[in-house]
Ligand binder design. Structure first.
Ligand code: SAH
Ligand code: MG
Length: 221
């Protein structure tokens, strides 16, 4: 029997994804989509993202949620990570609010989702990941960690959200680089990935460039 073709986003979704501002290459996006569709279909639970930015990856989660009749929830304070602030490598002056003089990616995110026709499949939460995680009540079918890259942020994201992941659900971590690439790229997500595996509660499903997909198989996180 031929291997099953991986689930793929609709062509118009892929086009919207490619047109969106953000930090997710296509290959990793396709792997994220595949994980999201399978988690959503198997569990029928919401798909949770930390790190919305301008909505590039959220488009894929939204399409997967639509496909499976659930919803994507995406959390961001929309003020940018450390490395996205003015003067740093990943800064984009187009996403600064001139009135307050701070980054604000929320308007761009909303336009991105609107253009993709996916607004009704997404719940956007503007807030800090640990605060939102603390008041979150239900289980989710997928946790996608793509927020701040310091150890503090990445650890908070893992500790805050992994307990909300249903057993059988998927933990997806972006920017996992076993070897340092630059000051900002990925050592904290890599440490979180190692920690998840070491807990014994996760097993690895796939690795696509810097994207890792783990399945929650047990209770102890
Ligand atoms: N997923 C996006 C990229 C996310 S960039 C894409 O596909 O393009 C990382 C985002 O994490 C930034 O928008 C930043 O504001 C957000 N972030 C960083 N630390 C955070 C925190 N503690 N709580 C909420 N959001 C945070
Ligand atoms: Mg990332």
């Amino acid at each position: 029997m031929a291997p099953a073709t991986p689930a793929a986003p609709k062509p118009e979704t892929l086009a919207a994804f490619e047109a969106a501002k953000g930090f997710m290459p296509v290959r990793e996006g396709l792997a994220l989509y595949e994980a999201a569709v399978s988690a959503a279909r198997e569990l029928g639970l919401p798909l949770l993202e930390v790190g919305t930015y301008c909505g590039r990856s959220a488009i894929l989660l939204a399409d997967a949620a639509r496909e499976a009749g659930t919803v994507a929830v995406t959390v961001d304070h929309h003020r940018g990570s450390e490395e996205q602030q003015p003067g740093w490598d990943y800064h984009d002056p187009e996403v600064v609010d001139p009135e307050v003089g701070l980054m604000d990616t929320l308007p761009t995110f909303r336009r991105t989702l609107h253009k993709a026709g996916l607004e009704e499949h997404v719940i956007a939460i503007v807030g800090r990941s640990p605060q939102v995680a603390k008041m979150w009540g239900g289980k989710v079918g997928l946790v996608f960690i793509d927020g701040g890259h310091t150890d503090e942020h990445a650890t908070n994201d893992y500790e805050g959200w992994a307990p909300h992941l249903a057993v059988g659900g998927l933990l997806v971590i972006h920017d996992v680089f076993p070897d340092p690439v630059d000051e900002w790229t990925g050592q904290a997500p890599y440490r979180v990935y190692l920690r998840a595996l070491a807990s014994g509660a996760f097993s690895e499903v796939s690795a696509t460039d810097s994207l890792r997909v783990l399945r929650r198989t047990g209770q102890g996180i």
